[in-house]
Design a protein around this ligand. Structure first.
Ligand code: CMP
Length: 142
């Protein structure tokens, strides 16, 4: 399995619940390394640019409002099969469908306030990581 990078965002709901440490622990215990972190509070315009791929979806405005409602923690993660592994640890987008023991099953309240975001492909991971980080901000463990 190839070493990959992926983007994780701890969303405003999970930051508000003070479970940043619990979420990072799950990544580290499952073989992912945090190689970059940035805490920020997106404007609605920045959230809209990040989620531009969903522009035509009916939930776009609510998504942008929610993602700009409070601070988030963006992280670049690295490890074997990182894109799929992160998605497995997150669980399904809708927490009602998320497998027991996943981050969303344990911490998410709704499909909007669903605790975390993770890149869905290596191509999107590269785009999403570059939205938040310059190369100099990323520290691979090799
Ligand atoms: P995320 O992985 O951050 O990607 C887009 C987000 O849109 C998703 O998580 C959800 O929080 C939100 N969303 C709201 N409604 C839907 C929906 N019907 N399908 C997919 N995503 C949705």
């Amino acid at each position: 399995m190839a070493v990959q990078r992926t983007l994780s965002i701890i969303k405003p709901d999970a930051v508000g619940k003070n479970v940043i440490g619990d979420i990072i622990r799950r990544f580290e215990e499952n073989g992912l390394s945090v190689i970059g972190t940035r805490m920020t509070h997106l404007s609605a315009e920045q959230a809209g640019r990040f989620y531009a791929v969903h522009k035509e979806r009916p939930f776009y405005q609510d998504l942008c409002d929610f993602m700009s409602s409070g601070p988030i923690l963006a992280m670049a993660l690295e490890g074997k099969n990182a894109v799929a592994l992160n998605r497995q640890l997150m669980g399904a987008t809708n927490p009602k469908e998320a497998e027991a023991g996943t981050i969303r099953a344990d911490h998410a309240d709704s499909i909007d306030a669903n605790a975390v975001h993770g890149s869905d492909s290596q191509e999107n991971a590269a785009i999403e990581i570059s939205f938040f980080f310059a190369d100099l901000d990323l520290h691979s463990r090799g």
